[in-house]
Every structure is written in structure tokens, then in C-alpha cells.
Write a protein that binds this ligand. Structure first.
Ligand SMILES: Nc1nc2c(c(=O)[nH]1)N[C@H]1C(S)=C(S)[C@@H](COP(=O)(O)OP(=O)(O)OC[C@H]3O[C@@H](n4cnc5c(N)ncnc54)[C@H](O)[C@@H]3O)O[C@H]1N2
Ligand code: MOO
Length: 676
């Protein structure tokens, strides 16, 4: 962060230095972060909390049962009453003495007179059994007989054993018996059992009160953004929403503070107040080494700084400490949204669990094969977000974006793979352990796509959800998709690779790269490729020949992308050397990233699909219609998992939606091009 002037313009670096000298703001500033191993960071926090007596489970508070759902019992609960509280009939029928029924058969039935003292007396389900009776015959097994003189009888054709159709007193719970243990999270049925054995209230652990303080002059609320829009430099504040929601989910009671600007005194005073009324204070952002990253200094001023910098990433610049007045623990949570949410999982959840007397939840773990090489992190354990799917016999984990600002990487993540620091990283195809965010059964109904990305895949994904399938799509380019099929990492791959020699799509590449894999090649759609240019086409670009112009800056796609193959083919045809295309070396990984580069003004044009130009309201110079196919290994083509996908591609609904999009042609959607 840098200082901003009152009028919003930025101070230069030297102005910053001067300003800090003038205001004395550089006090206690630490420019370095440590790399404290996670367990050592925890050890320091626990030691500090133990010495102040705050590393203990919270005491109980008595709550009416209908407010106690999800809360954690503070003490064991013993039954106050037995249930049932008397011997009860389990059926509608007649209470009898079993001895009176012995000997009754179809050929020699027995008759029992009905009367309040027996030998037969009518009872409904749940009624107390008369003291003289020891069994119930259900009504369907009796015949009712009315005597002329007015008496009533039942006739039975079989005897019953003692205790037949009786729920003995205490069958469910016996007074003084243990019904629920302490440190147990209450489910709906538990509340029923508590009431059933005579408890009107239950003692549950007080909820930990957690203050969530978002800081940052650049932050605006989402409501402000919706009303007034965003200026460059504005950031929508949502970390406090994520943290508060996590805290609630884990059983805490969050207070979400309004945004506090980057002002040392104001943040310090907010922290000081919050520490008096809360069990834990979270200060969000301002944790690292920037000019306005105050958290560690504030902790030093108000109490004890235990840790600044944990050897994990994302989440490295975490601050741990305590505020002296009430020994309240304080966590400086890094501002980057992924770092923030993971710091919640790594530090806040275990703290809340401990205070509630719970052992922290363990995520289910699966062994999986990683689909892409991950380089070794240096001094920090890295938490890599992955999607997970089962492809044939293998469980495959595909890494998502590693950016600490990419919150959608956590939204899409099925789990986390931890790469230990100073390790060699992992190679594609290596086994890793995934800590799952989802139930493993969800993994089994996931269709894994790796290959070229297209907007239509997102639409397909949305429809597949209706058929109970999850669709996980990783963008690796067309060739990357074929390679993934070769390794057995995906169920299918989207591909649009033009063979310059034949003008045919995909077939020669499949023959070359998947020679031993039987596959079905199915057309998804055709789409318009062309040059994406700024609105109004200010550079007057007409076609690929213009890429040789000195004043035209191009943005390329990565090697292996179908669009890149298309470009190289046409450059060669036009006799243009790649070296003469300005920006040929600058690579983006998606059509949309190319469009963003054009929109930002960083480049004048890029090759991509009409839909991407349209999405950002850019101009588009159509150039060639290309075929986008799905390459599906035979073994997956025949599997039940993928059937709903084929039903969609060959049915009318998806076709209708894709037809509405600019630049798509669905004439051949679902056609099988070839089986190889
Ligand atoms: N010179 C160094 N710079 C940075 C380091 C470092 O070690 N040396 N560490 C980097 C790492 S790693 C992280 S993580 C971040 C942590 O940053 P801060 O905790 O100081 O937070 P900010 O710089 O204020 O913000 C980072 C980023 O997150 C956005 N943000 C902040 N608060 C919110 C919020 N409530 N809701 C949504 N988004 C938020 C903020 O606007 C920034 O984009 O520091 C690196 N830098
Ligand atoms: O450690 Mo920071 O949390 O990666 O982005």
C-alpha cells in the first residue's frame, strides 16, 4: 500500500519516506517477516494462552432446547426421567395375561372376555398396560364377538409370549442413564432425546466472541460499489464477510466491524476496544511489510507480539499476539482473500474448536495423482487448491490458480494439497494426499475435462448439474488436453487443432499423440475465430497481414493452444516471420485474457473467439470458422458417468442456448466425426 493524498492521488516513494518522517509513522516498523514453522507458531500462541489461563474450554450457559441446535454441550447430560415412563402398549389391541393365551390354535381357538380387569382389555398404542396384564395381542389377530346377553369377547387363534407388543418402562432411556456426553455438538434428534428424558434446558458452551476488523483506505463496501461504482484502486471489502461466516459456521459469534481506514491510531483504538469485549480479535490486512501495514506494531504496542510471518503460503505474513489488558489473543490476518480464508481455517477454526471443547474437524483425505508439475516452494509450505475427479481407476488432482488474490480458486477447490517447503515439489503423475472440502462421493460423480476452454463448457457444466454430475474443467490448451488423455488424467478433452496439411481438425493430432488409445471424436460446435480489437478498431486492422505492421502490438496464446497453431499456420502462409510480430512472445492462457489485454490498451489485437470480444464489448474481425471437438477415450465414452453429457450435446436444449451466443454454429453439434 502507499499513502494517498486527500484528493486521492498517490504519493511517490520519496514523498512517502518524507511523510513518514514528518508524522513519525515509521515507529516500530518491521520491514522483515519471519518464516516460523506452523507448529512453532501454534506452540507460541498456546504457551501464551496457557500462561494467561485462556487456553481452556469455555464454561456453559443454560439454554432452552429450541435455541440449542448446533451448540456444544458443556457437561454430560443424564436422563432426568425414564422413557417410556411406564410399560406401554406397542400396538392397538388387547392387553392379556400371556398364560391365558397358551394353547390357542386355528383348530381350537380360545375366547377371552373383555373387561377392565381382564382377561382382555382394549389398549391403544402408547397406552399404559394394566397391572394384571403382561402382553398385548394386536387387534388384527383377534376376532370380536358380541354375546346375546350383552357381554363382549375376543377369540384368538394363537398364544402370545410374555412382553409381546409391550415397550417396557425405560426401553428408550432409563433415569440417571447417560444420554449425551460433554463436548458434543447438538443435532435435531439430540434435542428430542433431551426433552424426552425430562430436560427443558441444556448447558452449552458459551460461543466465542470474535471481532473481525477490516482495515484499508482502499476498501469500499459492496453496497457503496453497487451504488457509486468502483474507481481504480477501490477494492470491494468482503474478507470480513468470509471470516464472519466461517466463525459462525465453526460455532463462534462474530462482530463484523465497519471498515477502518489505514490510520495507525484509529486501528489501534478499534483493536483496544474490541479486545475488551471479545475473546479473539482478527485484524484483516496490514499484516505484511507495506508502508501502512500496522498490525504487528499495534500488537507490540498493546501487548505481546508472538509471531510475524509463518512458513506457509498463502497466509505467510500472519501476525499472532495477545493484548495485555484481558490477555485477548489477536491475529493479524493477511489481506489477500485466499490468505485470509486459509488463515481462518488454519488458526481461527482450531481456536474456536478448542474453546468449545471440540477436537478440530479432520478433513477426509484421499490419495490422488497430480496432473501438473508443481515447483518446490522455497521457505514456506504451500497449500495448493485442487479439483479432484475419478478417471477410471485413478483419482486425479488438478491444481487451480495459486494466486493469493484468486478467491474463485477456493470456491472451485475440491481440496488442498500441501507441498512441504524445501521439498523438490511434485512432478506430473506423482501421488499426493488431498484434504477434501467435499464428501468423497461427490468426487465419484465428477466429469473431468482438461483441454481447450470455451464458454460453452461453462453452459454445459450448468446443465450437467441438473443431471447430478459435476463438471470440472481445467484449461490446458488443445494439446495439453490430448496429453492429459494420454496420461489418463481426464475423461475428455476439448480440442480445435487445425492440420495445415489437410485443413482437417484434430484427427492427425490424435493419431500422432494418442496412437494406442481408442477414442471417439465428437463435434461440440463450430466457432468464429478472429482478431479482437479495441472498440471502433482505432488502428484500422483488417487481418493477420497487419500483424507485421510496426504500430500494431499483438498478444499471443500459449504454445499448444489451438489458437496458437492457427496463428502460426497463417503467419507461415502469409510469409510473416514470428520475430516481426510485436508481442509474439507475450502469451496469455485464455481467450478472455487476450480480450482483457486488448481492453486495457496494453495491446492492439489478439487472436481469439467472438464470444470473448463480445463479453468485453470489443470489436471483432472474423477470420475463420473452426471446429471445436470433444476427444473422448472409448472407455469413458461407454461409461455411465458421461451419458448425461452426451444426452445434452445431442439434445435440443443446449443447442438452443449455444445458438443464441454470438459467433457459434451448432449445425454439427453431437455429430461423431470419427472413431479411432
Ligand atoms: N514487500 C512485501 N510485500 C508483501 C509481502 C512481503 O512479504 N513483503 N507479502 C505478500 C503477501 S504473501 C501477502 S499475503 C500480502 C498481505 O498483505 P496485507 O495483509 O498487508 O494486506 P494488504 O496489503 O492491505 O492487502 C492485500 C490485498 O488484499 C486486498 N484486501 C485487503 N483487505 C481486503 C478485504 N477486507 N476484502 C477484500 N480484499 C481485501 C487488498 O486490497 C490487496 O489487494 O502482502 C504481500 N506483500
Ligand atoms: O503468503 Mo501470501 O498469503 O501468499 O499471499
Amino acid at each position: 500500500m502507499v499513502y494517498t493524498r486527500a484528493n486521492g492521488s498517490r504519493w511517490s516513494y520519496s514523498e512517502n519516506v518524507i511523510r513518514k518522517k514528518e508524522t513519525g509513522m515509521s515507529r516500530n516498523r518491521k520491514f522483515y517477516l519471519e518464516d516460523i514453522p506452523l507448529d512453532e507458531a501454534w506452540r507460541r500462541l498456546i504457551m501464551a494462552m496457557e500462561s494467561s489461563g485462556s487456553w481452556v474450554a469455555f464454561p456453559g450457559e443454560e439454554l432452552p432446547l429450541d435455541e440449542a441446535l448446533g451448540r456444544v454441550t458443556a457437561a454430560p447430560v443424564w436422563a432426568a426421567l425414564s422413557s417410556p415412563g411406564y410399560h406401554a402398549s406397542a400396538m392397538d389391541g388387547y392387553a392379556v395375561r400371556s398364560a391365558d393365551t397358551i394353547g390357542a390354535t386355528e383348530t381350537s381357538p380360545k375366547r377371552l372376555r373383555i373387561g377392565p380387569e381382564g382377561p382382555a382389555s382394549y389398549v391403544d398404542t402408547g397406552d399404559p398396560i394394566p397391572s394384571w396384564a403382561d402382553a398385548v395381542i394386536q387387534i388384527e389377530h383377534t376376532q370380536h364377538i358380541e354375546e346375546e346377553v350383552g357381554g363382549e369377547l375376543i377369540e384368538i387363534q394363537a398364544g402370545v409370549a410374555p412382553w409381546t407388543a409391550i415397550r417396557p418402562m425405560g426401553e428408550d432411556m432409563v433415569a440417571t442413564e447417560l444420554v449425551l456426553p460433554a463436548n458434543y455438538r447438538l443435532k435435531p434428534v439430540d434435542l428430542g432425546a433431551l426433552a424426552g428424558c425430562g430436560h427443558a434446558t441444556v448447558s452449552v458452551r458459551r460461543r466465542p466472541r470474535v471481532a473481525v476488523i477490516p482495515t484499508g483506505t482502499e476498501l469500499v463496501t459492496v453496497e457503496q460499489a453497487a451504488q457509486a461504482g468502483l474507481k481504480t484502486g477501490d477494492i470491494i471489502e468482503y474478507n470480513s464477510l468470509v471470516l464472519a461466516s466461517q466463525i459462525r459456521e465453526w460455532g463462534g459469534l462474530p462482530t463484523r466491524y465497519p471498515i477502518v481506514a489505514d490510520d495507525y491510531e484509529r486501528i489501534r483504538e478499534t483493536v483496544r476496544e474490541a479486545a475488551v469485549t471479545h475473546d479473539l480479535v482478527l485484524v484483516n490486512a496490514g499484516s505484511s511489510a507495506g508502508s501502512e501495514d500496522f498490525t504487528s506494531s499495534i500488537v507490540e504496542e498493546l501487548g505481546t507480539l508472538l509471531v510475524h510471518g509463518v512458513a506457509i503460503r498463502p497466509g505467510h505474513p500472519v501476525v499472532l499476539g495477545t493484548v495485555t489488558e484481558r490477555h485477548t489473543p489477536i491475529i493479524g490476518v493477511p489481506g489477500y482473500p485466499v490468505s485470509c480464508a486459509l488463515t481462518g481455517e488454519i488458526f481461527v477454526e482450531p481456536l474456536i474448536s478448542h474453546w468449545l471443547g471440540l477436537t478440530p474437524r479432520e478433513k477426509p483425505k484421499v490419495k490422488a495423482t497430480i496432473s501438473r508439475k508443481l515447483l518446490s516452494p522455497m521457505g514456506e509450505d504451500e497449500w495448493v487448491r485442487v479439483t479432484v475427479g475419478r478417471v477410471g481407476e485413478r483419482t486425479v488432482a488438478a491444481p487451480l490458480s495459486r494466486g493469493a488474490g484468486v478467491i474463485t480458486s477456493l470456491v472451485r477447490a475440491d481440496g488442498i494439497v500441501r507441498i512441504p517447503r524445501f521439498s523438490e515439489g511434485v512432478d506430473a503423475g506423482q501421488d499426493v494426499t488431498v484434504e477434501l472440502y467435499r464428501d468423497p462421493s461427490e468426487i465419484d460423480r465428477t466429469i473431468v475435462h482438461i483441454g481447450s476452454h470455451d464458454l460453452c463448457l461453462d453452459i454445459l457444466s450448468q446443465y450437467l448439474a441438473d443431471s447430478g454430475r459435476r463438471f470440472s474443467s481445467s484449461n490446458a490448451g488443445s494439446l495439453g488436453g490430448l496429453m492429459a488423455l494420454r496420461r489418463g488424467d481426464a475423461h475428455l478433452a476439448g480440442s480445435h487443432l487445425l492440420d495445415p496439411a489437410t485443413g482437417e481438425y484434430n484427427i492427425s493430432y490424435i493419431k500422432q499423440y494418442l496412437p494406442n488409445l481408442p477414442v471417439v471424436l465428437m463435434t461440440f460446435m463450430q466457432r468464429e475465430q478472429g482478431l479482437i480489437v479495441a472498440p471502433g478498431n482505432p488502428k484500422g486492422i483488417k487481418g493477420l497481414a497487419d500483424l507485421a505492421r510496426d504500430d500494431v502490438r499483438y498478444v499471443n496464446r500459449q504454445r499448444g493452444a489451438g489458437t496458437r497453431v492457427l496463428l502460426d499456420y497463417h503467419l507461415e502462409k502469409l510469409g510473416i516471420e514470428p520475430g516481426n510480430v510485436k508481442g509474439y512472445q507475450r502469451e496469455e492462457y485464455t481467450h478472455l485474457a487476450v480480450a482483457v489485454a486488448v481492453q486495457s490498451g496494453a495491446v492492439d489485437c489478439g487472436l481469439g473467439i467472438a464470444a470473448a470480444a463480445h463479453a468485453l464489448r470489443l470489436d471483432f474481425i472474423p477470420f475463420e470458422k473452426e471446429r471445436y471437438d470433444l476427444v473422448i477415450p472409448r472407455i469413458h465414452y461407454d461409461s455411465d458417468l458421461l451419458q448425461p453429457l452426451f444426452d445434452l450435446i445431442q439434445g435440443p436444449n443446449l443447442r438452443r442456448v449455444v445458438d443464441e451466443l454470438p459467433g457459434y454454429d451448432t449445425t454439427h453439434m453431437g455429430d461423431i466425426v470419427i472413431e479411432l
